[in-house]
Ligand binder design. Structure first.
Ligand code: ADP
Ligand code: ASP
Ligand code: MG
Length: 411
């Protein structure tokens, strides 16, 4: 078998943890598998490097920031290869540009365009364990790029897809994908399996256990992902095609929560064709991604439009809206930066009625007001005040029958 394993920051935090990674890689190799290991930077390192760059000025050069932050993964790759060799197994680190992992030129959020597999296959043929730094690629001009926060997951899955690996194992600090973030809700339960579609929704709605792009790639190329802990033994969670899901009749698989939301309302907008287009074109021209949009039923000749954006874009979006409001004759713009989005995700929603209304009732019974709602076939999201985020997660987790009383003892 060809196995790709990716280890996150906590799994390579220090030399002792790197030894632990090396030991597992050698054990797998000795069982006859070809091994490609993708590593993240040591935990906290990418933040440390970013803080350094940001301490120099407000807008550090994006190309150079990628040169800087890609070094974290280079360090762990070399350390792992050195460790493997010390432990008696031949190994080699192959950096993003040596592989090569070709990306576009969007520094800080580059997308992989093409992956050359020859170099890795050559090294595997020589019997070596191949170590590849996650998160980094190279653009057409030869510049170093990075794939966005959490991007080592995507490197792992891209390599697994490109090399037609049998499985991509993602090792992290939790022993699988849970019904909700186990660090927020102590009744969270590990899922044995989750479908790509559900995982995509969960990753997009705040479950950072997998970067959303890695799940997109896995689904596109049909790569099974196994999420496991590098520290405790366990079955982990298989992210796979819907057909491979067990017959369990769960309606809701998971609950997610993201604090990173701001809500902007433009009041008294003239209710005529072209106004919404004007508002959202102004935002997209500024490269601001809008999430939820709600337009009220018009009151005579005017209406209100509410939308949410990432908190990091809030101030910029507000300034643009003030300007647009003046031009279009809207009354005023208000903003609330302390919003959270809580979502329920599950394939079972397709065939079950009353799921959304149950969610609204649960939030109401906790005295939580819903500010905006959005749905897809397999998810319902509600925007609420940020201070109620964790309470909402726990209440929904219980109401949808996801609590596992025994989970603490099992671990
Ligand atoms: P790594 O450094 O290994 O890439 P991350 O910190 O990126 O690890 O992702 C793991 C974290 O994801 C966990 O510690 C957990 O707090 C968080 N998380 C959020 N939602 C979930 C979920 N539904 N299941 C498991 N972990 C989750
Ligand atoms: N080191 C990068 C980050 O912290 C990439 C990763 O760990 O996946 O975002
Ligand atoms: Mg991660």
């Amino acid at each position: 078998m060809l196995v790709v394993q990716k280890y996150g920051g906590t799994s390579v935090r220090d030399i002792e943890r790197i030894r632990n990674v090396a030991q597992r890689a050698i054990d797998y190799k000795n069982k006859g598998n070809d091994m490609v290991i993708v590593v993240s930077a040591m935990s906290g390192e990418t933040d440390r490097l970013l803080n350094l760059a940001n301490s120099i000025g407000k807008f550090p050069d994006e190309r150079e920031v990628d040169v800087l932050i890609s070094t974290g993964e280079q360090v762990t790759s070399a350390l792992l290869a050195i460790t493997l060799k010390e432990m008696g197994h031949d190994a080699i680190s192959v950096l993003g540009h040596q592989v090569k992992i070709a990306t576009d030129s969007s520094f800080g959020k580059a997308r992989i365009e093409k992956l050359e597999k020859e170099r890795i296959l050559e090294e595997l043929k020589k019997g070596k364990i191949v170590v590849v730094p996650g998160f980094q690629g190279v653009d057409k001009e030869g510049n170093i790029t990075t794939l966005g926060r959490g991007g080592s997951d995507t490197t792992g899955v891209a390599l697994a897809a490109g090399l037609s690996a049998d499985v991509c194992e993602i090792y992290t600090d939790v022993d699988g994908v849970y019904t909700t973030d186990p660090n927020v809700c102590d009744k969270a339960r590990r899922l044995d399996r989750i479908s790509y579609d559900e995982m995509l929704e969960m990753a997009g709605l705040g479950a950072k256990v997998l970067q959303i792009r890695s799940v997109e790639l896995a689904q596109k190329y049909n790569v099974p992902i196994l999420v496991k802990s590098s520290l405790v033994e366990g079955k982990g969670t298989l992210v796979c095609k819907e057909e491979m899901m067990s017959m369990e009749k769960v309606v809701i698989s998971g609950i997610t929560y993201s604090k990173n939301e701001a809500k902007i309302t433009v009041r008294g907008v003239p209710d005529k064709p072209g106004v919404a287009a004007g508002i959202f074109t102004a935002l997209s021209d500024a490269k601001i991604v809008v999430d939820i949009i709600v337009q009220n039923v018009s009151r005579g000749t005017t209406t209100d439009i509410t939308f949410t954006v990432a908190k990091t874009d809030a101030k910029k979006a507000y300034a643009i809206m003030e300007d647009t409001a003046q031009k279009t004759g809207a009354e005023k713009v208000t903003m609330d930066e302390d919003m959270a989005k809580v979502s329920i995700v599950g394939l079972g929603m397709i065939s079950h009625a009353g799921i959304a209304s149950k969610m609204f009732s649960v939030l109401a019974s906790e005295g939580i007001n819903i500010e905006a709602i959005t749905t897809s076939e397999i998810k319902v999201s509600c925007v609420i005040e940020s201070k109620y985020g964790e309470l909402a997660v726990r209440a929904l987790h219980t109401a949808f029958g996801l609590d596992d009383e025994d989970v603490r003892e099992e671990k």
